[in-house]
Design a protein around this ligand. Structure first.
Ligand code: ATP
Length: 199
């Protein structure tokens, strides 16, 4: 699996459609302070399902939409597309190439697409979970994160190790199963009450 390209339009400082192709090997993005390097990384985070505006250095999610410049009006929509080579089927999908798209409109509407077909946020999160590149993964280390990990509480550090080790997925499945168990137990209790009443 490999990142092939990133298309950004109306996201943060990228008002016009901007396409970045990632060739095999290492890609470095250089530019003066404030030129948008971090915004590119945030676009990748965002398209993979990031839900925290704070993580994207904003107050609310609409802050990711281009909000105008001296010579340019604000835009109504942010769109980011990421294309991945999945010929090794590293991501759990039949497609050998995957394009994931996320759109957000100023009225709050949002859309997620995989290969141009509408999907739910959950589908995007599930696609990337445990792949090492999802929204919670450690493939994107933002400024200050390393220090935060080292200075964090042991329980926080444990969470990091569990995520890296791929335990997070099983914990999530366990939580979902426990919820279902509670509902099933409630239902069983109700059935037992009804049986007791009939008898
Ligand atoms: P540094 O090297 O200082 O870390 P950088 O190259 O990483 O800088 P970014 O932090 O990615 O730069 O970009 C910051 C710029 O993005 C600022 O000029 C800011 O005004 C602009 N910006 C952020 N959000 C928006 C938005 N919604 N609309 C327009 N511009 C935005």
């Amino acid at each position: 699996m490999r990142l092939l390209s990133l298309e950004i339009e109306g996201f943060k400082s990228f008002a016009d459609k901007t396409v970045i192709d990632f060739r095999p090997g290492m890609t470095g993005i250089i530019g003066p302070n404030g030129s948008g390097k971090s915004n590119i990384i945030e676009a990748i985070r965002w398209v993979m399902g990031e839900q925290s505006a704070k993580t994207l250095r904003g107050d609310k999610m609409a802050d990711v939409i281009f909000n105008g410049a001296a010579d340019r009006k604000p835009l109504n929509r942010a769109q980011v597309k990421i294309t991945l080579d999945n010929s090794d089927h590293y991501l759990d999908s039949e497609f050998t190439e995957l394009t994931v798209t996320r759109r957000l409109y100023r009225n709050g509407d949002s859309e997620y697409l995989v290969n141009d077909r509408p999907v739910r946020l959950k589908d995007i999160v599930d696609l990337f979970i445990d792949s090492g590149i999802g929204r919670e993964s450690f493939s994107i280390i933002s400024q200050g994160r390393v220090a935060a990990i080292f200075n964090g509480k042991p329980t926080d550090r444990r969470e990091v190790i569990e995520t890296v080790a791929g335990v997070a997925k099983y914990k999530q499945n366990k939580r979902a199963a426990e919820k279902r168990l509670v509902t099933t137990t409630d239902n069983l209790n109700r059935v037992n009450d009804i049986i007791a009443e009939i008898n």
